[in-house]
Design a protein. Sequence first.
Length: 128
Amino acid sequence: QGWGQVLAVRNAVQLSALIPGPPALVRLDQHTMTSTAYPVLKVRVADRALPELRLTLEIITGAQSATLAVREGRFELLALGNASVTARLRYKSVLLKEHVTAVEGAPRDPFRHERVASDQPVSVDIPI
């Protein structure tokens, strides 16, 4: 779901499914996505079932930027800027565990065709 909920992405996916051609590029600025699951922990001790524990697992991703290439109605490629992932596990209102991980993105967006200093032509004199 995630990016598919963004109107510009959804429109690009639908259009690319109808009209063949090169990938459509969709650029997204800083954004977050959240997903929540409700796992149930069932435990048995000496053939007796203990009360179930209903947990809440929340995953939050944050990205500085993302560029998606869309073709034939699906995501073909993703260039992700720096991002973070936070996982929170709760029992009722009690936070059991939280873990945050940083993810380094691509040093530059491979879809952008802007010149950077390292792309500039240079002249080099080589003595013969």
